[in-house]
Design a protein around this ligand. Structure first.
Ligand code: CMP
Length: 141
């Protein structure tokens, strides 16, 4: 088993889809290890998406991600990183496979309902960005 980080984004929280998304992931075999609702500051959103800072959509993405509350959560599953990316579907909901979170709940490439870590290394960093060790239900490491 391994861990990954998901963030339910402001569009999905505002539309009242957060509970359905969490249930969908639990039914898909993911176990929630930590979860909270928070609102990112501009500085936090810029830091979280620093890898995209040269992309044309960076400023808009940061603005969107600070526009309302988000729900970061630590999820556990077998091969959690690829499993979660499969469960959420392609970045653009128009390309997301049927039954994936983005197929069901996303509005657009930017307002795409959920984020998932793209590697084990980034999962560790992104989990550390949002959660201290003691918040992660006794998990070590
Ligand atoms: P996420 O998984 O959070 O990682 C980076 C985010 O950038 C991505 O989901 C999208 O929300 C956003 N993104 C990626 N490509 C584009 C794009 N072409 N236009 C707008 N936003 C994008």
């Amino acid at each position: 088993m391994s861990l990954t980080l998901a963030i339910i984004k402001p569009d999905a929280v505002a539309s009242g889809s957060a509970g359905k998304i969490i249930a969908h992931l639990e039914e898909g075999g993911f176990e929630v290890h930590a979860l909270r609702m928070t609102r990112l500051s501009l500085a936090q959103a810029r830091e979280f998406y620093a890898a995209h800072s040269e992309r044309p959509f960076y400023d808009s993405l940061v603005e969107f991600m600070t526009s309302g509350p988000v729900i970061p959560m630590v999820l556990e599953a077998d091969d959690a990183v690829p499993a979660l990316r499969g469960a959420i579907g392609a970045t653009d909901p128009a390309d997301a496979a049927e039954g994936t979170v983005r197929n069901l709940y996303a509005e657009s490439k930017e307002r795409n309902a959920i984020h998932a870590s793209d590697s084990d290394e980034n999962a560790r960093a992104e989990i550390g960005f949002f959660f201290s060790t003691h918040e992660r239900l006794g998990l070590s490491g």
